[in-house]
Structure formats: C-alpha cells, structure tokens
Design a protein around this ligand. Structure first.
Ligand code: FAD
Length: 478
C-alpha cells in the first residue's frame, strides 16, 4: 500500500495518478478541506502560449528565486508543466479560456478557473479520488516509523500504528499558520516537516517565508485580496486616504510582493492602518465574484467601504529536501508540494508556481515509484546537525497562539539578530511539539543567514551577500 498524507493538490493528484497507474493507495489527512489548496485563488503557471516557452518560464522563476533556485528542478518543473496540465484535463478538469498575467512573469501564463482556481482543482480531484474508490480518511499522522533509513510505517492519532506501508508520500503543506497573520488554514503548522526531520530526513531553506501584502480579516474570516485587484485599479491607502506605497517604491501598488509587504508593515509599525480602496474597479461583482461574495458576507460594499488589510504569512519555500522525483533522504519516503523543498522556489516563489509544483510532482509520481532510490544531494550548502530534545514526558505548555504572535513579531517581515535570538532561546528542537520544532529551525536558519535575499529581510544585514549564495540544511544529530 502507498499511503499519501494530506489532501491538497499534491496529495490528491498523486493519489489519482498512482491509482490510475494500478497502485493501491490510501489518503490520510488531518482535515479533508484543510490546507492551502481549497482556498488558493489566482491560478497555476504554465508556459503554453505561442510566445512563451518553458525556458522563459524557467528564467522568470530563477530571477525571482534570487540566486538559490535549483536550476535542474526549475527546468524540470517548467518543462513538465504542460504534461501535468494535460493530464489534469484528461481526467476531466476544465480551465477557463485565456491566460492571466501575474507579478514577476514576463508572459501571460497563469491558467485559472473563476477566481478560486485552487478550490476548483481541489473539489475536482477529491471527487475523482472518490470515484476511483480511493479511501480518503480524516486522521492525523503523529509519527513516522523508520528503520535502517527506510520508512516502515507511521502512527496516527486515531488508528495507532500503520505498518503495511511500502511507501509514504508526505503532502502535508507548509507552516504559514505559525504566524499570527496568515492567509492559510490552521492545519498548516509544519507537522510533516517535523515528522520527517525527527525521523532523519534533511530539511532546507527553512528561513524563506513569503508574505502576501494584502490579506483581509473581516469578523475573523481571513481572505486573500488577490494580486489581480491591484492590477485592475485597487489602491492601498492609510486611514487618511494617502496612497503611501509610492513613498516606498515608484510603482506603488504594482511593486513586487516583498516590497509591498514590507511597506505596509512599516506603515503599521508607525501606527497607521492599511486599507484597500476598490471604488475605481468597474463591474466588480462580475470580475471578482468570490471577493464580492466575501465582502457581502461581511456587509461591505466595494463601491463605498475601505477594506482593512495587512500583510500575512502565505507560503514557505523551504521544507523536506527532495530531488525531482520527490525522494527525500529516507528510503521510500517522498515529500511533494509545499511540505517539500525541491529547490524550485529558491529564496522567493514566483506567483502561481506552487500549485504547478504540487501538480507536477503528484502527477509524475507513478513514473518513479519502481525506480532505484537516488535520494538527495546537499553539496550546494552547509549542513547543521541538531539534537532533538525528548520532552515527551513534560511537553512545553507554550500555547500555539503565543507562538504565532512571537513568530509574527520576531520572524516576520523585518528580522534582526536580537529578535531571532529571542526566539531561539524560547523555542527548542522539541520532539513532542512540531510547532515549536519548526519555529525553532526557521528562526535558527534566519539568524544564521546574515544577509537579505529573496523574502528573507534582515534590517541588520540589509544587503545580499554573494558568500551566502548557498543553502542552509538541517539534519538530526544522532
Ligand atoms: P495543502 O494544500 O496545504 O494541503 C496540506 C494537507 O495536509 C491538508 O489536507 C492537511 O489536512 C494535511 N495535513 C497537514 N498535517 C497533517 C498531518 N499531521 N496528518 C495528516 N494530514 C495532515 N499557489 C499558486 O500556485 N497559485 C495561487 O493562486 C495560490 N493562491 C493561494 C491563495 C491562498 C489563500 C493561499 C493560502 C495559498 C495560495 N497558493 C497559491 C499557494 C498554494 O495554494 C499552496 O502552496 C498549495 O496549495 C499547497 O498544496 P499542498 O498539496 O502541498 O498542501
């Protein structure tokens, strides 16, 4: 049996592809509609137009990745995009006609369906999995069982030990929910990374966390105010109606994501509030039906009201290190999607490349499962060995909500040694608390990287340093 842990785009596409290829598969997931996929908006990047090519898509990805992309992975994913999309379509999924242009892309290449592309793909894949008779079970994986560096099984909260696993595919998403302000769901606290790390898998790039500049939270409901709104004329203003973004970048609302996030955050530190002004967008309800429904749910009128926004943790570039097949450093343990670090994103992710990554690695998995294990290479960085502290008999009582606040304030958009050091002295490499372990590793990596690169910004080291054009790896010290 091949067990797939997680039911986002990576897990479900792998499950469907493996089942169609004749394998026995079971999906175990903490919450079926948890994760980022069901709430993902804009779309999926793939070079299919006549003036585009995988090479141009690769160039854009590498430029945004700011010196840390794994070029082999970038070439692979951008090449395989068309095949992955065609496979999804051959299963019955229909994209809308046309391609959208998004920030960082030099061509129109974002395929979409309504303004809820992730949700549409999620519902389609879930129905397909059910139609194919794939069990999709809600349960939480709490441990991996590894002997002689080979996966033997795992433990779940509800079912205990599962020991008929020939292969295990981690597709558990990222850890953006470990921040007080986030665009993702509570399932995403990095449990897959913690499980893999404790079992002996190597992690990388944990310091790179992408912040989305414009996330709304009305009456407690978090909602990503998509990039396209700004492209269509939405403005960002403070409580005095001033378009302050021009004080930070000549392109104002259309500046790159990381600059916008930093600008809005700095304005908030000065005591201001940030709002999105949607009043200049014509035919709003037709153009943005999902945003419009969100605003209506909270009695907001885009023609009259300013919508309060803030930057929020959105996506994590790092995770369980894998090769282009999704193989980790533990035999028969794969990691795909946001839980993994394939090197596609480097120090910063190009918009709409993550649904693509999840789909390519999921759809292609059947081609690799019979091959001899190759594992990963770590010769492009430095390896740090970390001794895990067995706190099972007295786990920390630090509440998750406090960790999220601490991370937002100290591991967020603007970092420095003092704040990061504060975190690494509060957190520790905990065996029993994945939220603490993952926060510790992310803060430690951010402290070690004494430069600013991609979405990692250090006010005490504001420049990029060529000597840091290398990866930070973590492995467990035995
Ligand atoms: P997820 O979809 O996050 O799924 C993780 C799964 O793991 C969940 O099913 C969860 O229940 C399960 N899980 C977690 N822990 C455990 C455990 N211990 N045991 C069992 N199961 C577990 N990317 C794009 O490319 N284009 C976009 O337009 C886009 N828009 C986005 C909008 C929003 C609001 C957000 C938050 C993200 C967006 N992204 C977008 C990023 C993208 O959605 C994610 O990177 C991608 O969906 C991740 O898919 P995944 O399958 O790896 O993980």
């Amino acid at each position: 049996m091949i067990y797939i842990i997680g039911s986002g785009i990576a897990g479900l596409s792998a499950a469907v592809a493996l089942k169609i290829a004749g394998y026995k598969v079971t999906v175990i997931t903490k919450k079926i509609d948890g994760g980022s996929t069901p709430i993902a908006k804009g779309g999926i990047a793939v070079a299919i137009s006549s003036d585009d090519s995988p090479e141009i898509h690769a160039e854009d990805t590498i430029r945004v990745g700011d010196g840390l992309c794994d070029v082999k992975t970038v070439r692979y994913v951008t090449q395989e995009g068309r095949h992955a999309i065609e496979t999804l379509e051959s299963w019955g999924f229909e994209f809308e006609k046309g391609l959208r242009l998004e920030g960082g892309h030099s061509k129109r290449r974002v395929m979409f369906k309504t303004d809820e592309t992730g949700g549409e793909i999620f519902r389609f894949l879930l129905n397909k999995a059910k139609y194919l008779g794939i069990p999709v079970i809600e349960d939480k994986v709490t441990d991996l069982i590894v002997k002689d560096n080979t996966i033997r099984g795992f433990v779940t909260a509800g079912r205990g030990i599962i020991n008929d696993a020939e292969k295990v595919v981690l597709a558990t998403g990222g850890y953006a929910y470990l921040f007080e302000y986030t665009s993702t769901q509570p399932t995403n606290i990095g449990e897959g990374m913690a499980l893999a790390f404790k079992a002996g898998a190597i992690l990388s790039d944990m310091e790179f966390i992408q912040f989305h500049p414009t996330v709304a939270k009305l009456d407690g409901e978090t909602f990503l105010m998509t990039e396209t709104l700004r492209g269509e004329g939405a403005k960002v203003v403070n409580e005095n109606g001033e378009r302050f973004l021009f004080n930070y970048h000549p392109k104002g609302e259309l500046a790159p994501r990381d600059i916008l996030s930093r600008a809005i955050y700095m304005e908030m530190l000065k005591g201001h509030n940030a709002f999105m002004d949607l009043r200049d967008i014509d035919n709003f309800d037709q153009k943005f039906p999902v945003v419009s429904a969100y605003l209506k749910r909270h009695n907001k009128d885009p023609k009259k009201d300013l919508i309060p926004i803030s930057p929020a943790a959105h996506f994590v570039d790092g995770g369980v290190r894998v090769n282009i097949r999704g193989e980790t450093s533990i035999n028969n343990l794969y990691a795909i999607g946001e839980v993994s670090d394939s090197g596609l994103h480097g120090a910063n992710r190009l918009a709409s490349n993550s649904l693509l990554e999840g789909l390519v690695f999921g759809v292609n998995l059947p081609y690799y499962v019979e091959l001899e294990w190759e594992g990963i290479s770590t010769n492009d960085g430095i390896i740090n060995s970390i001794r895990v502290i067995d706190d099972s008999s007295s786990p920390s009582s630090l509440p998750l909500e406090q960790i999220r606040k601490l991370n937002w304030e100290n591991l967020g958009i603007i970092r420095n040694h003092e704040r990061l050091n504060k975190l690494t002295s509060i957190y520790y490499p905990s065996r029993s608390r994945p939220d603490i372990l993952v926060s510790y590793l992310a803060a430690l990596a951010a402290d070690i990287r004494t430069e600013s690169r991609g979405n990692h910004y250090r006010e005490d080291f504001p420049n990029k340093d060529p000597k840091w054009e290398k990866r930070i790896y973590f492995r467990v010290f035995n």
